[in-house]
Write a protein that binds this ligand. Structure first.
Ligand SMILES: O=C(O)CCC(=O)C(=O)O
Length: 275
């Protein structure tokens, strides 16, 4: 049985730009995605970012866009119910898939995930874009749980992408070319922002708008790995908007649509859920 969102949860998503979903998928999916994490750590793809390869501590590892070659990730997208959660929250009639993103912080990983908004990193426009970030390990704020600025998705801001791990030669430095205003220094002025977050158990998810400001601190646990899989979903109003500084995994040469057209490219952005 897939999780159905309540009216209150859907309203909360619209008001706050993020909701916590207790046990969003069953334990079998957590185990299967943990196996994917192990596989990617040992077989990083061309899209992996690895701050400290092979190390057991202080290692921020991310990999993304693996759904095409990894049948387990495809199964998760099409069978776990996450697409339906995205569709219900966004009140969309249909949901297409953009990309999968594994995010691992080994024990004692210093690197925070900087405060950012997702949409400027992506080649889309539209309000109905969200992520379902699924905890694969138990995660407290000490272990790098995500935090969000409540309601920031409604401010009409488009923030310039921040570089993850702040490295000029970082494989993610394509983001440098992005436009937009600078993200405010939220950490230095936390009291000025309405910041929310949750302790999570493996299998819990946070579902958030691509317009909502969010971050995660480093992993201060000296013993526990922090692992998550984030999946990115496109609703009815999403149009193709390739631009400088957008993620190079999918570019104009990969799609059959032009700027301003709906993201209706079945091969690249498969239709996964319909009302
Ligand atoms: O897991 C993290 O540290 C950050 C994840 C994130 O920013 C995202 O899923 O959009």
């Amino acid at each position: 049985m897939h999780r159905i969102l309540s009216k209150e949860e859907i309203t909360q998503y619209h008001n706050d730009g993020v909701i916590f979903i207790c046990q969003a998928v069953n334990a079998e999916w957590v185990d299967r995605m943990l196996a994917v994490v192990e596989f990617q750590l040992n077989h990083p793809s061309e899209w992996a970012n690895d701050a400290n390869p092979g190390q057991a501590t202080n290692r921020l590892f991310t990999d993304r866009y693996q759904w095409r070659q990894n049948a387990e990730i495809r199964a998760y997208l099409f069978e776990s119910g996450v697409a339906g959660l995205a569709g219900q929250a966004m009140q969309s009639n249909q949901v297409r898939f953009y990309f999968d993103h594994l995010l691992v912080k080994e024990p004692s990983t210093d690197a925070p995930t900087p405060w950012h908004q997702d949409v400027p990193y992506w080649p889309f426009m539209g309000k109905q874009i969200c992520s379902v970030w699924l905890a694969l390990t138990d995660i407290s704020i000490e272990q790098s749980a995500m935090e969000f600025v409540r309601g920031s998705h409604q401010e009409g801001k488009y923030y310039r992408p921040e570089l993850f791990a702040d490295r000029e030669n970082h494989p993610g430095s394509w983001a440098k070319a992005g436009a937009g205003e600078k993200v405010p220094d939220i950490e230095a002025h936390r009291e000025d922002f309405d910041i929310i977050g949750w302790d999570m158990k493996a299998g819990d998810a946070v579902l958030f708008s691509a317009w909502t400001l969010h971050w995660a601190p480093g992993n201060r646990s000296q013993t526990q790995r922090r692992a998550a899989i984030s999946t990115r979903w496109l609703g009815d109003d999403v149009t193709w908007f390739p631009h400088e500084g957008a993620d190079p995994t999918v570019t104009q040469k990969d799609v059959s649509i032009q700027t301003g057209e709906l993201a209706h490219d079945d091969k690249v952005f498969p239709l996964v859920w319909q009302r």
